[in-house]
Design a protein around this ligand. Sequence first.
Ligand code: MEV
Length: 292
Amino acid sequence: MIQGEGFGKVILFGEHFVVHGLPAIALGLSNKSIIRIEESKENEIITKFPVIQTLSISAIQAVEDAVGVKEKFKVYFEGDLPVTGGLGSSAAFCVALAKALSKKYSKNFNNEEINKIANEGEKVFHGNPSGIDSAVATYGGAIEYKRNQGFKQIKIGKPIFLVVGITGKNSPTKIMIEKVQEFKNKNSEEFEKIKNEYQEIFEEGKNAIEEGKIEIIGELMNKNQKLLKKVGVSDEINDKLIEKFLQLGAIGAKLTGGGGGGCCIALAENEEKAKEILEKIYPFKGFVTKVD
Ligand code: MEV
């Protein structure tokens, strides 16, 4: 069977603000979504993951349309990227499918084309995606991303050890994007202030990443989390997990991705500490990831 793959991601700074034109920083995970395709009479999705069938089938159709194929497929969805919200699994799914279709029809799409095609599927999942998730799912690595300007790879001064914690509550990113839009509509002046505060976090954060200043990255993650809370995307369960991370000695912690549940990340000073935090986050589950 023909196969394609897409990377998962965490957003270190700037989820939601990136939808509104500000720059964000995302880190590719080694965890991947894998898609295998087989011709069929209808589009179908076959997976153990908790996906919304109708939505996934519409996304498959959108990717097929963007590639320009008329045939239908059984789409087997696997891989080691948890489908929990926040880790970019919908984008990884679309990228993996675009790559599989590219192979099937010998299109030899380059990464730029794959990214563009995958983003059509992402629109089905997210409504108004900034494009950051499809970009990391396609290219991996550490990137700075700005809507309509694309991405730049960024240099990492010192390895970053993160604990990714899974809240266990799924919440569609589309709804969280709409929630922030509502906040913006009702509180336009405050939203502008928050955006300015975030812009500073981004600039200091980018320098800290490049210079390997882990303590500063942590502090800025905490500040970013406060802003996410203000715009209403940090659910009680996110707050609980973040509090736990900080009590366990994380340098900084925040939600990552859409929020309203999904996942949170904690920054640890080294791998040992990250593993120690992970062991103690019960009842939550998660994993440790190193970005360098
Ligand atoms: C989702 O991983 C990140 C959001 O900023 C949405 C987007 O940028 O498309 C919440």
